[in-house]
Design a protein around this ligand. Structure first.
Ligand SMILES: [Zn+2]
Length: 201
């Protein structure tokens, strides 16, 4: 899906309806920064906002996702393409998330094994230190790889303005987290909160 084309299309439809970004945002009960972000091609509206947005712009979701008014003949083809793209994106995110979990599990098993080896197997002190260093390096690399995969799997949802965003690696690593939520600063409204991880849009 071409976010830039969709963004320009939203802007064009909004202006045709003689609405400002703020007026459109008020209709959708979101911030005008979110509308601005869509129009700049920096993100797509989340699924729950698509119907209200299309109503406000007098278009169908299919037309929105195509980023252009499509003819009757093209319509079916575009609809299938749009659906496939959404499904593909969600499938890729699920795959990344699964890989991240597998990566985490392998890291935990490897690090635990190394710690057991260092603690219980008879060996010279230098060898023991080498095994401990190796365990630490494995832990750091494993966590880094798992984080790399997870940060790209899906989006985080701002509890305040409901914007979906992908945090930067720095933000992500620093953020206090539970299994499903992470403390992040929302790039939309600038507020800091526990953002829910959503794998699918
Ligand atoms: Zn926000």
């Amino acid at each position: 899906m071409n976010q830039i084309q969709i963004g320009r299309f939203i802007a064009g439809r909004r202006k045709a309806k003689k609405l400002t970004q703020k007026q459109l945002a008020d209709i959708l009960l979101i911030s005008d920064r979110t509308v601005s972000k869509w129009e700049c091609g920096k993100g797509l509206p989340e699924v729950s906002l698509m119907l209200p947005l299309c109503d406000a712009l007098n278009i169908t979701v299919n037309v929105l996702l195509s980023g252009e008014i499509v003819s009757e003949a093209e319509y079916q083809k575009k609809a299938e393409e749009n659906m496939m793209n959404l499904m593909k994106e969600n499938a890729e995110n699920k795959k990344r998330m699964a890989l991240s979990v597998i990566c985490g599990i392998i890291t935990i098993i490897a690090v635990c094994s190394l710690i057991v080896i260092a603690a219980y197997i008879d060996m010279p002190t230098t060898a023991r230190i080498a095994v401990i260093i190796f365990a630490v390096v494995t832990a750091v690399l494993g966590i880094w790889a798992a984080a790399q995969l997870e940060v790209k799997a899906g989006y985080y949802e701002c509890p305040n303005c409901k914007a979906l965003f992908v945090p930067t690696m720095g933000e992500y690593v620093k953020g206090y987290h539970t299994l499903t939520k992470r403390k992040l600063t929302c790039p939309e409204c600038g507020k800091r909160g526990m953002c829910k991880h959503r794998i699918v849009r």
